[in-house]
Design a protein around this ligand. Structure first.
Ligand code: IMP
Ligand code: MG
Length: 173
């Protein structure tokens, strides 16, 4: 069967939302330095676009997680596949996510990074599904609330495909 893409959010809509999120972030942090932590791989395009709207006081690092929806346990397990390269102690950390589905990844990252004594710890996500707060860990900045559909594009993949679309589409398989 051939997979079908149904456009959900256009390139223009994404680009104005990214600029809007950057304005909110700039307004909130002022001249304070921010360490942005992109969650690989899905956030790579969002990070790239977002940071180009932010000032000079920005540092960037990445983490990579892998999720196991633990059939054997009530809460899933999120593992760190690639840790940060730099210390976050005393820094204003802003986690950058592509999408909050169950919110489990972000919940785990907050717990883990919280133990490393950052000055502040917030989350920006481009997309958020209705189930995003299942683990009690919403994002401070949300681009779009989307329905509970599987989406691809703008960094998001299905089996590593479609990350390079400049818009976001619902994938019908
Ligand atoms: P969570 O831990 O359940 O919030 O899941 C977060 C991760 O699952 C995201 O960072 C994505 O990598 C992946 N994911 C969740 N929903 C989708 C989707 O609709 N399309 C592509 N990836 C998704
Ligand atoms: Mg992800």
């Amino acid at each position: 069967m051939v997979a079908k893409l149904e456009s959900l959010i256009s390139e223009d809509e994404i680009q104005s939302k990214v600029a809007e999120l950057a304005s909110q972030i700039t307004a909130d942090y002022g001249d304070e330095p921010i360490l942005l932590i992109g969650v690989l791989k899905g956030s790579f395009i969002f990070v790239a676009d977002l940071v180009r709207h932010l000032g000079e006081n920005i540092e960037i690092d990445f983490v990579q997680t892998s999720a196991y929806d633990g059939r054997t346990s009530s809460s899933g397990i999120v593992k760190i596949k690639k840790d940060l390269d730099i210390s976050i102690e005393g820094r204003n950390v802003l986690i950058v996510e592509d999408i909050l589905d169950t919110g489990q990844t972000v919940r785990h990252l907050r717990e883990l990074l919280g133990t490393r004594r950052p000055n502040s710890l917030k989350v920006v996500t481009l997309l958020s599904k209705p189930t995003a707060n299942l683990y009690g860990s919403k994002a401070e900045y949300v681009g779009f609330e989307i329905p509970d559909k599987f989406v691809v594009g703008y960094g998001l993949d299905h089996a590593e495909r479609y990350r390079n679309l400049s818009y976001i589409a619902v994938l019908h398989v």
